[in-house]
Design a protein around this ligand. Structure first.
Ligand code: PMV
Length: 347
């Protein structure tokens, strides 16, 4: 918790503004299920790789004369749920800063939104960094990760580049303590030279939001608790595999953790199914690559798109096989990318 006094309103620079950029991350150990929906506290720890592609750039400019926030998304005014979530996030920042001043938020997002490609991760990581600077919160990386978490859980991990683990914290410890202890931090994976081949088989928005699907899974799926339990062992195994730079083990653990998460959803009532026939075709092509001796492993999030983890040296071969399988879809290659950062600050 910040202890310094907030800057008095009179000291707010009329044109205080900041721009930040952040990249999405893909979880190798998934976050699926909240222990506290309001505070975005996850039920389990998760671990991800921040990508080198699909950046989001967000500018926050304070607007002292405005009565409302203005939110612009890819050049168009944001509406509905997207706008509501951003304004709620700004309210949180204002409350912490002790500054009721409204803002103009301008976001350029290059991720296909709502397609299980973590656009909310890069989006809220960039917003956390830009808003924290514009409102003068003066947060360090851990504080930014905790703040970003309140916009979208997975955003807590996009504050960091490379690999990051997000701690569930202490959900039973009471809200303040639990909030303080749930943040992401970097994980060393020196020596691993991975790539992630992203097959976008459907760039449209998903039918069931991850928030709704998580809730339903936790409330109704008999497979949820066993998965959450086994995810602890997966994380321990994953940390060890990253430490010894063992890409095959990293891939195997990531694949079983992700398919297990999707199994919990298939067992929910009613079932949530993000996999489409096109996803399965891509998954089959990856299994064939493996039979042909190329270490390649799948992971999937809250959408039909498939991400394939492989060695960087195998990228061309994997991308060409996946491109053929994802007929009509687009294929993107990512390597570990940078953490969120401020581009400029001031007027
Ligand atoms: O984007 P969020 O914070 O609603 O969470 C989505 C969770 C998954 O992408 C499915 C898994 C993960 O850990 O990112």
């Amino acid at each position: 918790m910040r202890t310094e006094q907030p800057t008095p309103l009179a000291d707010v620079r009329e044109t205080a503004a900041a721009t930040a950029v952040a990249h999405p991350n893909i979880a190798l150990i998934k976050y699926w299920g909240k222990s506290d929906e309001k505070l975005f506290l996850p039920r389990t720890d998760s671990l991800s790789m921040t990508l080198s592609v699909f950046p989001t750039a967000t500018r926050v400019r304070l607007a002292p004369d405005a009565e409302q926030d203005t939110v612009v998304f890819n050049g168009l005014p944001a509406t509905g749920e997207a706008e509501r979530r951003i304004v709620a996030f700004l309210d949180l920042v204002r409350e912490r800063a002790g500054r009721p001043v409204r803002a103009v938020v301008d976001t350029e997002n290059t991720v296909p939104t709502g397609a299980g490609l973590a656009s909310s991760a890069s989006g809220f990581a960039a917003l956390a960094v830009a808003a924290s600077a514009a409102y003068g919160l003066g947060l360090d990386a851990r504080g930014l990760s905790r703040l970003a978490r309140r916009g979208s859980g997975s955003a807590s991990r996009s504050i960091f580049g490379g690999f990051a683990v997000w701690h569930a914290g202490t959900p039973d410890a009471g809200p303040e303590e639990a909030d303080a202890r749930s943040y992401a931090e970097p994980v060393d994976a020196a020596g691993l030279d991975p790539a992630l081949v992203v097959a976008v088989v459907n760039a449209g928005p998903k039918e069931v939001s991850s928030r709704t699907a998580m809730r339903r899974t936790m409330d109704t799926s008999p497979l949820y608790e066993p998965w959450a339990e086994s995810s602890k062992a997966d994380l321990a195994d994953m940390r060890a595999a990253l430490k010894r730079a063992d890409l095959e083990a990293v891939g195997e653990i990531a694949e079983r953790n992700a398919l297990g998460m999707h199994a919990t959803m298939l067992a929910a009532r009613p079932a949530v199914r993000y996999m489409s026939p096109a996803s399965l075709t891509v998954i089959d092509s990856v299994l064939q690559l493996r039979r042909d001796g190329v270490p390649a492993y799948v992971t999937m999030d809250a959408g039909p798109n498939v991400k394939v983890l492989c060695r960087r040296v195998d990228t061309d071969r994997v991308a060409s096989v996946v491109r053929e399988a994802a007929a009509g879809g687009s294929v993107h290659v990512a390597v570990p990318g940078p953490g969120a950062r401020l581009l400029d600050e001031g007027v």
